[in-house]
Design a protein around this ligand. Structure first.
Ligand SMILES: [Zn+2]
Length: 300
């Protein structure tokens, strides 16, 4: 329903049509950006439910309507994403018990990420696909952070997105298949090769790179293609190395979730990865340059 309202609102705001969004009036953006943000935080509110209830095996549809501490009924006015939390100053209206800032953070994050998707992809069908992908990444990232596990049904949603993506982007099937293998395969091999060592060290059946991370990168490769995947993995691993080292120093724990960093890498890679790879390829010596240089050397 949000999707329909959102489209209707933008249709009113953008009578020029959806294609030339880049040349639209600034007033369009003044209207569209808050709409995209509100849309994002409403979806973010649902993502909170998924992140918390899915690992517990609870229903996603049934809303809890009582405060967890005092049992006071949650009012309709307390259900507005982000704003209710700010209005209540992060406390229950009845007993004053603290409400976790995680809720507004996830909501606001989803809203901000949607704005960036909108600005990068424009008002296109691909933008909607990328917004859904963004939300999947938010869920996967936070769930992995909490539980060190990924939910296969959430990851499978990425594969579902490949179908519409095939019809609205120029990515070929070959580019997608290479995208699935280019990171997925090395991740799988590293996981398998480190398995005996990790088992000896921890006594559990674990891998250096968990299967969830491997599946995430394989499925995302099908959606984004190899040109986006290579920078995605690079950025993700870089983030993991930097933030992982900081967190390790702080907490002293050796185990940490790789997923959140991969998700950050994938989000950035989905927006700019293809561009980065194409730019990088353009800086490499082209075949005609190599021929020219070798001719110069041979026939000087
Ligand atoms: Zn309460």
């Amino acid at each position: 329903m949000y999707q329909m309202l959102f489209l209707a609102a933008l249709k009113i705001a953008a009578p020029q049509g959806f294609d030339d969004w880049k040349y639209m009036e600034p007033s369009f953006f003044l209207f569209a950006i808050p709409v995209v943000f509100l849309y994002g935080i409403c979806i973010g509110s649902f993502l909170n439910v998924v992140i918390i209830r899915l690992p517990l095996g609870e229903s996603l549809i049934k809303r809890s309507s009582h405060c967890m501490t005092c049992g006071a009924k949650i009012r309709v006015i307390d259900l507005i994403p982000v704003f209710s939390w700010l209005f209540l100053k992060g406390k229950c209206h009845s007993c004053g018990e603290k409400i976790s800032p995680r809720y507004p953070i996830v909501e606001a994050l989803n809203g901000i990420l949607y704005i960036a998707d909108f600005l990068v992809f424009g008002l296109t069908a691909n933008m909607f696909i990328m917004c859904i992908f963004t939300s999947i990444l938010v869920v996967v990232g936070f769930m992995d952070w909490d539980t060190q596990e990924m939910d296969l049904s959430v990851l499978a949603m990425i594969v579902v997105l490949v179908i519409p993506s095939y019809f609205v982007t120029d990515l070929t099937i070959l580019e997608r298949l290479i995208g699935a293998a280019v990171i997925g395969l090395p991740f799988f091999l590293i996981g398998e090769l480190t398995r005996p060592y990790a088992r000896k060290k921890t006594g559990e059946d674990v891998r250096g790179i968990e299967l969830g991370d491997t599946i995430l990168m394989t499925f995302s490769g099908l959606l984004l293609g190899w040109k986006a995947m290579v920078p995605s993995a690079f950025i993700g691993i870089l983030f993991a190395a930097v933030f992982g080292a900081i967190l390790k120093k702080k907490s002293g724990e050796s185990k940490f979730a790789f997923g959140p960093y991969l998700c950050m890498g994938l989000y950035i890679g989905a927006m700019f990865g293809t561009m980065l790879t194409e730019w990088y390829i353009s800086t490499l010596p082209q075949p005609e340059t190599i021929e020219y240089v070798s001719n110069c050397i041979l026939f000087r």
